[in-house]
Design a protein around this ligand. Structure first.
Ligand code: G3P
Ligand code: MG
Length: 226
């Protein structure tokens, strides 16, 4: 469990294909299905880390509007699906057993420094990732002991150099980018490649055979450890 399995199965936004994404119900479902870790997305609202993917509430709740225009109280009254609320990050840490890893993806402005300030070392495996290099670097500068990972949605030159520079633990890439060359090239530099988002079991098997370090999936019921 955590991030030490040879091939990681990471529940994307919990078990986003089976329960409302980024809610406690979703994280619990993923845990029941035996994931090694759960992935979630965080933004800062009134100094708190809230677990939501978009910078607007429109897609995932019964509310409307930009996250930045919300106070915490009204935000937490919204229905995030099946009566679930938008969780605070600390609520997820309480709900998910300590043996299950948590991948916190920094999304919103200021999320790096706020997470660095809030994250307590309780022995749980944590991986911090982001597309936003400024947030990731601000987190890493403050908390260099916590493993981190740059995210990529397209290939670009210098991926390994950048990861080395961040002391990254892994490099997390869109699954369409994954092939043997990429995995071998980054693997030779010491970086496992984690692929998001893989929902087809045959594709997961293929990605595992190519040597990837693991997958993020919306359906941990379909994707078991290879
Ligand atoms: O961290 C993997 C994946 O979650 C990145 O993309 O848009 O689903 O947050 P997104
Ligand atoms: Mg994410």
């Amino acid at each position: 469990m955590g991030f030490d399995a040879e091939f990681l199965v990471i529940g994307h936004r919990g078990a986003a294909g089976l329960a409302p994404e980024n809610t406690l119900a979703s994280f619990r479902r993923a845990v029941e299905l035996g994931v090694d870790a759960v992935e979630l997305d965080v933004h800062v609202v009134e100094g708190e880390l809230v677990v939501i993917h978009d910078d607007s509430v429109d897609r995932t709740t019964d509310g409307t509007g930009a996250l930045k225009d919300y106070r915490l109280g009204p935000l937490r009254e919204l229905d995030a699906g099946d009566g679930e609320r938008i969780p605070l990050l600390e609520e997820v840490f309480e709900a998910v057993p300590g043996s299950v890893g948590i991948n916190v993806e920094l999304k919103g402005p200021g999320s790096g420094p706020v997470l660095a300030d809030r994250l307590r070392d309780d022995g749980r495996a944590v991986l911090v990732s982001s597309f936003d290099r400024q947030e990731l670097r601000e987190f890493h500068t403050r908390r260099p002991e916590v493993p981190c990972a740059p995210l990529h949605h397209r290939l670009r030159p210098g991926m390994a150099a950048e990861a080395r520079n961040l002391d990254a633990w892994s490099i997390n890439v869109a699954e369409g980018l994954v092939d043997r060359t990429l995995i071998e090239r980054l693997g030779a530099e010491g970086f496992p490649v984690l692929a998001y988002t893989v929902n087809d079991p045959a594709r997961a098997t293929h990605v595992a055979e190519l040597g990837a370090g693991g997958v993020f999936t919306d359906f941990p019921d379909r994707i078991g450890r290879r």
